[in-house]
Design a protein around this ligand. Sequence first.
Ligand code: PLP
Length: 360
Amino acid sequence: VINFNAGPAGLPLPALEQARDELLDFHGTGMSVMEHSHRGKDYEGVHDEAVALLTELLGIPDTHQVLFLTGGASQQFAQVPMNFLTPGASADYLMTGVWSEKALDEAKFYGSPRIAATTLQADKRYQRVPKQSELQLDPQAAYVHLTSNNTIFGSQWHTFPDVGRVPLVADMSSDFLWKPTDVSRFALIYAGAQKNLGPSGVTLILAAKDFIAKGRKDIPRYFRYSTHAENNSLYNTPPTLAIYLVRNVLQWVKGLGGLPALEQRNREKADTLYGAIDRNPGFYRAPVERESRSVMNVVFHLPTEELDAAFVAQAKAAGMVGLKGHRTAGGIRVSQYNAVSPQDVKTLTSFMDHFVKMHG
Ligand code: PLP
């Protein structure tokens, strides 16, 4: 099938085939990679290669460190304020969707987060990201938090805001590694792996070493970023199989030509898909404002909810799954993460054109 699920999402076939071939006997050791000690050299080679590949692909500077944690992005909603907020201290949150709301709610346990910008509408939806001129930033804030891609509503920051000297923290769960990114602009990036990067179970953190060092020391060790940074993410048993799969995905990205090639491929997919929506304006309607349209999650509506449902059912019968919109946003959502190919999207847009002919 062609998998358009929002996450967990499809993985590149070569990454899965490699895992299948090595599942029972990893490098002639007579056992699976997940049965190896996380302190042994066989697993450590995989772990270090995953870090090295990410560093190479993103050009991660020496000032920053890669961590593999668990608990998903949801744990990061809490772990960020736990490390960097104290009672009474504030952090600025830029509100662009459901996941920003969840991040803000967790910060309230530790300090006094402020909403520095919001694009929430009266109908409880978000259809764009804020403009720089709309941000009301506090120069004393402990950090500014944003969600780089809004998985549910289908909007994305295409230019990251200037937040001055305040550390910038980004939830990149649904658009991490889709194009070259200047990591040095961020104090901390976090992303659940299960969209662009691998299976669920591992959460990727990229953080500035000096920011990690500022984290509170009066919280349990496990929740301090510094604990994991000092131990190369091997303080306790990491999700070894998930990290192995991330390594395989990163090898695939490198083989494709790295992030410039991936960006070209992702933009081509987005152009194809938004093109199909825009050439049928009376039938398909994309609610997100053009400048904020997401390259990763494309949300649109058909004229009625009955037609939305028929679209999802007929697409499924044609081998395309995961197209139903999130219950908060309704309609159709096409998640076209890195593993989705340009040809997969063309198959979908041919189906869309045909669907208009049948029902338009
Ligand atoms: N943030 C964003 C942008 C997401 O899309 C998601 C899940 O889809 C999450 C956070 C929550 O991630 P997790 O399930 O890894 O906690």
